[in-house]
Design a protein around this ligand. Structure first.
Ligand SMILES: [Zn+2]
Length: 89
């Protein structure tokens, strides 16, 4: 994910609330910057990623992650997590 950070900054362009589209908000956290909408109270990152950025990330992860290579945790059958599976994530 750290490799992606420089590439996604150009997609972080949206400043409105995704629920009510109001742009007035109160900052509640910094780094990352999180705001609370002054109309509907929805918490959101500011700025947030646009549609082109979402498509970029979906395509990138679909290309890089091969689900067939992932270990199926259900195959162990004892309910324990396999540490090797966590390393694959
Ligand atoms: Zn809102």
């Amino acid at each position: 994910m750290t490799k992606l950070a420089p590439n996604i900054q150009k997609y972080m362009t949206l400043t409105d609330c995704p629920y009510c589209h109001n742009t007035s908000a109160t900052e509640v956290a910094n780094n990352p910057r999180i705001v609370k909408c002054n109309i509907c109270s929805l918490y959101r990152p500011l700025p947030r990623i646009n549609k082109d950025g979402q498509i970029f990330l979906l395509k990138k992860f679909n290309d890089e992650i091969d689900l067939a290579e992932r270990i199926n945790l259900l195959e162990r059958g004892n309910g324990e997590r396999d540490p090797a599976a966590d390393k694959k994530l």
